[in-house]
Structure formats: structure tokens, C-alpha cells
Design a protein around this ligand. Structure first.
Ligand code: ZN
Length: 164
């Protein structure tokens, strides 16, 4: 049986509109975002917290813009190290600013794999190259190490670097 009512509520009849409700909820969520982060850390006991402040995984097709103000609020609200996913391709000055404001782990997997992969291809195209496991992979590993070292120095995290 289908009930038909003359008083059926349509979303277009709602005041405020669903779109406006959504906007208000989102604004409220942002207002209390750092409190939410603190509650999340306390409730879960996580060791670190990955924050969404404008980065994305993979290689960028545009320059990301980090929300440093939000990062500052989260950093002030929680006492665990903060993580930046999507660090690959994020401009150096932005990452340094993020590190200055609580980021303690920067994920750069795509850049690392790219450095490794480019060296892997380059190595095979060198004159006189002969296939061997160390001959093929050692230069690629060194390219990965070099990238990791450069990033650590760049982010001022090189205080206790030991030779690789
Ligand atoms: Zn990630």
C-alpha cells in the first residue's frame, strides 16, 4: 500500500534548505575541528595523527595550498606527533612551514618511487650495462637514499643523520 499525503514534505519545502543545513554543519564542524581532533586522540589512543590540511596522494596536477592555520589549531589541541600524507610534490617552503607547526612525519612515497624508478631506467641505458641484481638495484637504492637524505635536510630533521 502506498500512502499518499497532501502534506508530503519535499526537500525544497525545508527552511533552511538542505544545502544551507549542510553548510552550517560544515562551518560548525570547522569551528570545533581542533576539539574534535583532541577528542579523537583521547578516545582512540593513537600514537600520531594524520591531518587533512590540503595535501593529496600521488603527483599534483596543480600546486597544493596548505591550511597552516588549521594545522596550528590542531597542533595546539593535541599532544601527539602530526603526519602529513601527500607530501610528494608539495613545495618545499610549504612542507617546512608545516614542520614548523607540528608535522613530524612527511609521507613522500610517490617521490621516492619516482626517484628509484627513474634511476632504474637510467641504469639499464648506460653504455656497457650488464644485468645483475646489484648492478640493477644498487644505483636505484642510492637514488632513494639520496632523496630521503635531501628531504630530511630540507625539513631540518637532519640532526641525527648517520651515514647510510
Ligand atoms: Zn599516505
Amino acid at each position: 500500500m502506498v500512502l499518499k499525503s497532501r502534506h508530503r514534505i519535499r526537500t525544497s519545502d525545508l527552511t533552511p534548505s538542505p544545502r544551507e543545513i549542510q553548510a552550517r554543519c560544515f562551518a560548525g564542524m570547522l569551528e570545533y575541528f581542533s576539539l574534535f581532533c583532541a577528542a579523537f586522540v583521547a578516545a582512540t589512543g593513537v600514537d600520531c595523527l594524520a591531518v587533512a590540511i590540503g595535501t593529496a596522494h600521488g603527483l599534483y596536477k596543480f600546486t597544493p595550498k596548505l591550511n597552516i592555520e588549521r594545522l596550528k589549531e590542531i597542533n595546539a589541541a593535541v599532544d601527539v606527533p602530526l603526519v602529513l600524507h601527500g607530501g610528494s610534490g608539495t613545495p618545499d617552503d610549504m612542507v617546512r612551514e608545516a614542520v614548523r607547526n607540528g608535522i613530524r612525519k612527511v609521507n613522500i612515497c610517490t617521490e621516492f618511487v619516482k626517484a628509484f624508478g627513474e634511476e632504474y631506467i637510467k641504469t639499464q641505458n648506460l653504455p656497457g650495462f650488464k644485468y645483475s641484481i646489484p648492478g640493477l638495484f644498487a644505483p636505484s637504492k642510492q637514488a632513494g637514499y639520496a632523496l630521503a637524505r635531501a628531504k630530511m635536510e630540507l625539513f631540518a630533521l637532519n640532526n641525527n643523520l648517520s651515514p647510510l
